[in-house]
Design a protein around this ligand. Structure first.
Ligand code: SAM
Ligand code: SF4
Length: 328
């Protein structure tokens, strides 16, 4: 098998697939209110096209896929996409990032399609504040979605909290207690300057996770831990409990040297780095009847252009696209 290795000797084993850039929320750090730049559905890759690209990656050693968005569950055929990917030879791990607003009715279908792990965005446990952050999100539905996922046996369930100064930093302890009670894993994320909304959120509310970790160390006894998933989070465990807490620190401590992933947009653009503009278009060649061999060649050529690292600190103005386009 021809493995995918980039110019910096990083093996690419993980593909994140954004199935739509649309979303039923408008988290202020991700999608601006009134955003009009969404891709038209006819430009979205079809489930069959997603399957072809995933199969090509799988033949070159990619074994992990995460469905993301926008909100993947607003796309009507998201489950069909999940089923096709779940049945691809070589795909050993299929996961989903979701805001959980529609998870209650899809949890069983996702499990049946092969989704065993999910990440759920949850920045506040206070209904009013949650509504403000997400611009009208209903916390009750999200919590019901989480319970449904637990009930069908999806495990682990990881809660992603973007920790923001003056927005939700007073809820960090509450979120730890919530995840302890529910048996979820908790991950904190630093705001990233992706799109204007990410930049302005970061300007006003950036919170270094070094500080969050130091605060948690004063309140809980933490010990180093490991957690499967192939991502960049650094984990600790709250001593004497099963709770693992992850820190995703793209700004205060970047982790590009171990990057193992690339991202496919709903329109079939392969983005080689979350924090850079480098990309390769795969939809046109697919629709022009590219052979499997040539598709693999296009992907290999793309990987040969993967940048060494993001420059969120040095060039925060670089990424104009919104986070919902690449799915974080
Ligand atoms: N809608 C799904 C969700 O919210 O989980 C999947 C897509 S969302 C873009 C993926 C992750 O990106 C979420 O955890 C979200 O909090 C995070 N995110 C979005 N914009 C961000 C930003 N500017 N900085 C840091 N994380 C961001
Ligand atoms: Fe939607 Fe997720 Fe972006 Fe929030 S973070 S607006 S839920 S895509």
């Amino acid at each position: 098998m021809h493995q995918l290795v980039d110019p910096f000797q990083r093996r690419i084993s993980y593909l994140r697939v954004s199935v739509t850039d649309r979303c039923d929320f408008r988290c202020f750090y991700c999608l601006p209110k009134g955003y009009k730049g969404f891709a038209q559905p006819e430009t979205w890759l079809t489930p069959g096209e997603v399957e072809r690209i995933v199969a090509a990656f799988a033949r070159m050693g990619v074994s992990r896929i995460r469905l993301t968005g926008g909100e993947p569950l607003v796309r009507p055929d998201c489950l069909e996409i999940a089923r096709r990917i779940g049945a691809c030879d070589g795909i050993e791990d299929l996961s989903l990032s979701t805001n959980a607003s529609q998870l209650a009715r899809h949890a069983q279908g996702l499990y049946d399609a092969g989704v065993r792990r999910i990440n759920v965005s949850l920045d506040s446990l206070r209904p009013e504040r949650f509504r403000e952050i997400t611009h009208n999100g209903d916390l009750g539905r999200v919590l019901a979605g989480l319970q449904a996922a637990k009930a069908v046996g999806i495990d682990p369930i990881k809660i992603n909290m973007v920790a923001m100064k003056g927005v939700n930093d007073d809820e960090i302890g509450d979120m730890v207690e919530f995840c302890l009670r529910e048996g979820f894993t908790l991950r904190f994320i630093e705001t990233m300057p992706v799109g204007d909304s990410g930049r302005s959120a970061g300007d006003g509310h950036y919170l270094s996770l070094r500080q969050v970790r130091a605060d948690l160390e004063r309140r809980f006894r933490l010990e180093p831990a490991v957690m499967g998933g192939g991502g960049p989070a650094q984990y600790v465990r709250v001593k004497g409990t099963a709770l693992r807490i992850g820190f995703i620190t793209p700004i205060s401590q970047h982790f590009c040297e171990t990057c193992n992933r690339v991202r496919l947009s709903a329109e079939g653009t392969l983005y080689l780095c979350l924090g850079q503009q480098d990309r390769v278009e795969l939809r046109e060649p697919l629709r022009a009847g590219v052979s499997d061999e040539d598709l693999e060649g296009l992907i290999r050529a793309a990987i040969a252009r993967k940048p060494e690292r993001h420059e969120f600190r040095e060039r925060p103005d670089q990424v104009m696209r919104v986070m919902a386009l690449t799915g974080g």
